[in-house]
Design a protein around this ligand. Structure first.
Ligand code: G1P
Length: 297
């Protein structure tokens, strides 16, 4: 089995129900954070870690994802003629990415989506990126996980400490701390109640997995919500090999949720050199009004 991670899988066949009606006919993954669709942040994060083969698991109403990463002859020609060189280069970079697509006919769960990636992954370790979990581009979470994989040669799950009032939204681990931010996983529970959660360590949307997960997924029974759950499959994998978690202490935006999406938009706009000045003044004015008990006009 190859030792380096060259492939990343992006499950993107979900129904995006938390963003309806915006996601009725358009993919959630294409919702922009300032000027880039969510999924592009994930693809760029993987590229920055040296990953160069991508698989997007798509479904109905997801064609615009393929168009986004395809060449756009007319647009490119138009930008060239109008001398918008920087924008042209940015647009052209998008179709230089080596992306394959597999369609998941039915949204049967995250585990099922990963199983669809088997013909693409073959016998290699691979990364999974859930593109609605946005990690700031300057952060090194995935890179750190890849380094840990290089040492431990076992699946690595990104973990974050979350408040118990939010624990029911995540897969949660029971584990023992083994080193700097590294936990050996003993058990996993998908979306537990506050009472049944084994800890406050939630799995967030970055995984390094090994191809033996496919045999487990192929035999997996539906779990929480009647879906084939990746968390359950990783739990089964524990019977045959160690699994580790890496505790992430940086910022993460759950952009699959309206509030997280808005927070990501505000923070990314503040950091955007073209917007920053005016946007900050606007936010300060809004904050002042809110502070005085008024609403923005
Ligand atoms: C999925 C996983 C869950 C994980 C979460 C991270 O849930 O099933 O274990 O904690 O992603 O974002 P979803 O958000 O798809 O309901």
């Amino acid at each position: 089995m190859s030792e380096t991670i060259k492939k990343a899988i992006f499950p993107a066949a979900g129904l995006g129900t938390r963003f309806l009606p915006a996601t009725k006919a358009s993919p959630k993954e294409m919702l922009p954070i300032v000027d880039k669709p969510m999924i592009q942040y994930g693809v760029e994060e993987a590229i920055s870690c040296g990953i160069n083969e991508f698989l997007i698991i798509t479904g109905k109403h997801k064609r615009s994802i393929e168009d986004h990463f395809d060449c756009a002859f007319e647009l490119e020609d138009n930008l060239k003629k109008s001398g918008k060189q920087q924008l042209l280069e940015e647009i052209k970079r998008l179709n230089q990415t080596n992306i394959a697509y597999i369609r998941q006919g039915y949204a049967l769960g995250l585990g099922h989506a990963i199983l669809c990636a088997k013909p693409f992954v073959k016998e290699e370790p691979f990364a999974v990126i859930l593109s609605d979990d946005i990690i700031p581009p300057e952060d090194t979470l995935l890179r750190d996980m890849m380094l840990i994989y290089g040492k431990l040669k076992s699946p690595i799950l990104a973990l974050q400490q979350v408040s118990m009032s939010e624990i029911h939204r995540y897969g949660v681990i029971d584990g023992v701390r083994e080193g700097d931010g590294v936990y050996r996983v003993n058990n996993l529970v998908e979306k537990p109640t506050r009472e049944s959660a084994p800890s406050d360590l939630a799995i967030i949307g970055r995984y390094i997995l090994t191809p033996d997960i496919f045999d487990v997924l192929a035999k997996a029974e539906p779990g929480k919500g009647g879906e084939i759950q990746l968390t359950d499959a990783i739990g089964t994998l524990l019977q045959s090999r160690p699994v580790y978690g890496f505790l992430y202490k940086g910022k993460r935006y759950d952009a699959g949720d309206k509030l997280g999406y808005l927070k990501a938009t505000v923070d990314f706009a503040i950091k955007n050199p073209d917007l920053s000045g005016e946007f900050k003044s606007y936010l300060l004015a809004v904050a002042k009004k809110i502070g005085n008990g008024k609403l923005p006009e």
